[in-house]
Design a protein around this ligand. Structure first.
Ligand code: BGC
Length: 757
């Protein structure tokens, strides 16, 4: 046993050393940092690898369980003077940050500046739609702009580093953190990951308004079994590489210089101890040069995972796996000195982690100007500016998805129509921001009711009735709601989730609306007035009964500061809705995990009606109620056949796929054309469809446009059974369609390499 353990230990540290030797050659231009490292004690080095939640400025916020050492008691200032931390997170404010930075650069021995981090996922004071909602825009350029605006506001408030974007793929809607990512699809996920990194980091990392990005959580967290928070993930290497890793790769290719190691174990190895992925893949294969931070106390959790004997062992495993920074547990401070002294962790491993931290601080310009982004005047100037508020409205509008619009009940008229706004989210102001917006300033955020009133002005004939609380009945609530519905020409029924029903630590066993809201919906719809259901949600929901059958269904996610104005813009037709589902809405909760790009089975259902001997459930067909990519607007579009030219893709060439799309409606609107492919015959089962391209077009009534997409063999490749990335010649189906289940396929052939038989 001892021998085996020693062997493993020796091999892990020599692998870590190998990675270091390779990257050290690239560090030639950092002689200043080498000189600094040479002067550091092991305690100071451990300090540069330790990060803590800001104990002073966080006092009033309940973000995480209080699991760290109490620095209020032990003296934050003293810790900074001693160089026992690399920075602080989730404290916001330029003036306070400046005061703390002054202690670091004036009173600590080595004068190394602190870095300030925060969870800025979709805005700081101004809140943009939750990332899942914004992904529904299918518009990465928009996400880049909101990330940029969030960066400007955050850096003005003294933040250098955001723990975002969250790029975990979310294929199981029971998992609450689906809200934080870009949905179920790796292609869309990669586009949004890269866009958000570009937006956060801006032109140059050292610019005062550049926010260091931290794509998280590396990796597989979204694969949590049963959608249960913090659960193990089990997946094939192919799925890991083709579904969960691509958004990370895209984020690093876009320049992200940090990442966060996930809580979960993957096929039995906790990510915090995953040397093969954290060092082998990340450092050696992908040549990632940034820093890896643990998730909150995740190193200590190796003990509970049962792979570390104690906290000291946990620290050893984490640093050897390649996790540079320990968040909140203090384990590196406590144990790295003795681990190095005992020869269990090579000093070179610690030095390399310190080098990565210092190099990143240097790239951020903190050594040149420790007070960058710590200017109270900038904070006053750049917080909640009119331009940022306008952008919040624009992005909120673009995130709204119209699922259904029977008999053209939408858009509404501003006058001459009596509107009843019913439901727990009509006047609500407590659930606008979403689950992960701890620094939001929502004091004049726009509720749904307020947005409608703003749009309708004095002419409003709007009755507002709550009907029920999100998870509780109100005495007489249903009766009042039914009376209001009967008296109205149209009902807006605002249902959904409170913001703590999704997000971290908010997994659900089913994804239904709470029963109290369902009952309200049944009674209101039965009153006979046309009902428009407005859903507030952080995940796809399973819609049932009266909600499913309502005349119109609109997904509004959590839209942030401008919620009400944006929804009113869409309801009254100021803008035609343009959002598309980034997650499939299933028929039923029990279909989870459910996503369009599942592998081909041997017994696919051919019609939704045939329940026998097919891959489906007895009472529920294997379909989405509303598929990925779906979203209506106030116009309609006709898609022409997919044109595949000569129908062949040469091995080293490209193929152009095209289709003509016509606006057959009566108003100008935006359409999102989506290219999907399917490999007809391959050595492994392949997804029934895979998204390979999106194009947005805006067309006037009667106008047509031709969209084109170009593919090469790399985009048709996959990992074979031996994990070699291969493209296999043969036939492929291609769709240019408005959703993942619509359209008519055309076929083309990938030809083999010249000379191959
Ligand atoms: C979350 C991270 C977050 C961290 C710091 C953790 O609980 O998993 O996403 O960045 O806390 O707040």
């Amino acid at each position: 046993m001892t021998t085996r353990r020693r062997f493993l230990l020796a091999s892990a540290s020599s692998l870590a050393l190998l990675a270091i030797t390779r990257s050290a050659t690239a560090a030639g231009d950092d002689a200043d940092l080498e000189a600094l490292i040479a002067r550091m004690t092991i305690e100071e080095k451990a300090g540069q690898l330790s990060l803590f939640a800001d104990p002073l400025r966080l006092a009033s916020r309940r973000i995480n369980p209080d699991a760290g050492p109490s620095m209020v008691d032990s003296g934050l200032a003293q810790r900074i003077r001693e160089g026992r931390l690399m920075g602080l997170f989730n404290g916001v404010g330029a003036a306070d940050g400046r005061a703390l930075q002054r202690i670091a650069v004036e009173q600590s021995r080595l004068k190394i500046p602190l870095i300030f981090g925060a969870d800025v996922l979709h805005g700081l004071a101004t809140v943009f739609p939750i990332p899942l909602g914004e992904a529904a825009s299918f518009d990465p350029a928009l996400a880049e702009r909101t990330a940029r605006a969030a960066a400007v506001e955050s850096t003005a408030a003294g933040i250098h580093w955001t723990f975002a974007p969250m790029v975990d793929i979310g294929r199981d809607q029971r998992w609450g953190r689906v809200a934080e990512g870009a949905g179920e699809d790796p292609y869309l996920g990669a586009l949004f990951a890269a866009a958000r990194v570009r937006g956060f980091q801006g032109r140059k990392l050292s610019d005062a308004d550049s926010l260091l990005a931290c794509p998280k959580h590396f990796v597989g967290y979204g694969g949590a079994l049963g959608g249960m928070e913090y659960n193990s993930a089990e997946m094939s290497e192919q799925t890991l590489h083709e579904v969960y890793l691509p958004p990370f790769k895209a984020a690093f290719d876009a320049g992200a210089l940090s990442t966060m190691a996930a809580f979960n174990d993957l096929n039995g190895v906790p990510m915090m101890a995953h040397h093969r992925l954290m060092t082998g893949l990340l450092r050696e294969q992908w040549r990632f040069r940034g820093m890896v931070v643990s998730d909150y106390t995740a190193d200590r959790e190796l003990v509970m995972h049962g792979v570390a004997r104690n906290e000291r062992d946990a620290a050893r495993l984490s640093i050897l796996a390649g996790v540079d920074i320990s968040m909140q547990s203090d384990l590196y401070n406590q144990h790295l000195p003795s681990l190095v002294a005992g020869g269990e962790v090579p000093l070179a491993v610690v030095d390399e982690a310190v080098r990565r931290v210092l190099r990143t601080k240097k790239r951020l310009g903190l050594f040149d100007d420790p007070y960058r982004s710590l200017d109270p005047a900038a904070q006053r100037r750049d917080t909640r500016t009119p331009a940022t508020l306008d952008l919040a409205r624009e992005s909120a509008r673009a995130s709204i998805v119209l699922l259904k619009n029977d008999r053209g009940v939408l858009p509404l008229r501003k006058t001459g129509q009596k509107i009843a706004l019913i439901g727990p989210f009509g006047a609500d102001t407590a659930n606008l921001a979403g689950p992960w917006a701890p620094f939001s300033d929502m004091k004049d955020a726009v509720s749904l009711e307020q947005g409608l009133r703003n749009a309708m002005g004095g002419r409003a004939t709007l009755t507002v009735v709550k009907g029920c609380d999100p998870e509780r009945t109100i005495r007489g609530g249903i009766e009042d709601a039914v009376a209001a519905a009967r008296d109205a020409d149209v009902v807006l029924l605002a249902l959904g989730e409170t913001q703590d029903m999704s997000g971290e630590a908010a997994s659900q066993t089913d994804i239904l609306l709470p029963i109290e809201q369902q009952k309200l919906a049944e009674a209101v719809v039965a009153a006979g007035t046309p009902v428009v259901v407005l859903l507030r949600n952080g995940r796809a929901l399973a819609l049932e009964g009266a909600v499913r059958d309502a005349a119109a269904l609109v997904v509004t996610w959590f839209l942030g500061t401008q919620t009400g104005n944006a929804i009113a813009d869409v309801l009254f037709g100021e803008v035609s809705p343009s959002g598309r589902l980034p997650v499939s809405f299933p028929q039923s909760s029990g279909q989870q995990p459910f996503f369009y790009g599942h592998r081909s089975t041997g017994r696919p259902q051919t019609t939704a009606k045939d329940p026998y001997w097919k891959a489906r459930y007895r009472y529920v067909s294997h379909d989405a109620l509303y598929p990925f990519g779906h979203g209506l607007t106030y116009a309609s579009f006709r898609y022409g056949d997919v044109e595949v030219g000569p129908g062949t893709l040469p091995w080293d060439g490209t193929i152009t796929l095209a289709a003509t799309i016509t606006n057959t409606g009566r108003r100008e609107a935006e359409e999102t054309a989506q290219l999907y492919v399917r490999d007809r015959v391959a050595s492994l089962t392949r997804p029934v469809r895979e998204l390979k391209g999106i194009r947005k077009l805006r067309l006037a009534p009667g106008e047509s446009a031709r969209v084109t997409f170009t593919l090469s063999r790399a985009e048709l490749g996959f990992h074979d059974e031996q994990m070699r990335f291969v493209s296999e010649p043969g036939a492929f189906d291609a769709w240019i369609a408005p959703s993942a289940t619509a359209g008519k396929a055309a076929t083309f052939e990938l030809l083999g390499p010249a000379g191959a038989s």
